[in-house]
Design a protein. Structure first.
Length: 134
């Protein structure tokens, strides 16, 4: 089960205002769990639906916190798992319910301060993109 966040924490992760997230809760756009005291808690997995399609800000604003880069295939998601072994690390990123796995150096994980639950962007750089139909 994913961690539960307070509405203010969820708003920060999504880059939206606290009043907006409260409206989403009241309008049932965002699913929450109620504590025994009646407070709303939001599962991290619920935020995944909004990280990749945050329409409340223009794309340029959403990317401001990331480095300026020419690549346009940036997919924003939540880190679900980090496995480090020796010099290498495996980082899993949940983007809209889909998992992307990246193999990077363990030094890069430490330098960027990556932790499970953090919001990050996957930059996909390739000369070919294949489409598979089920």
């Amino acid at each position: 089960m994913s961690a539960l966040l307070k509405p203010k924490e969820a708003a920060i992760r999504l880059g939206i205002s606290y009043p907006t997230i409260k409206q989403w809760i009241y309008n049932r756009k965002l699913k929450t769990i109620r504590t025994s005291g009646g407070h709303h808690r939001i599962p991290e997995s619920e935020l995944d639906r909004f990280l990749h399609s945050n329409k409340t800000k223009p794309i340029q604003e959403r990317r401001q916190s990331y480095r300026k880069i020419s690549g346009r295939n940036q997919l924003v998601g939540r880190i679900t798992e980090i496995k480090t072994s020796g010099l290498m690390a495996q980082v899993k990123l949940s983007i809209g319910g889909q998992i992307i796995t990246s193999i990077i150096t363990a030094d890069a994980v430490h330098e960027m301060g990556l932790k499970t639950g953090d919001t990050a962007a996957a930059l996909i750089k390739s000369t070919e993109v294949m489409i598979v139909r089920p």
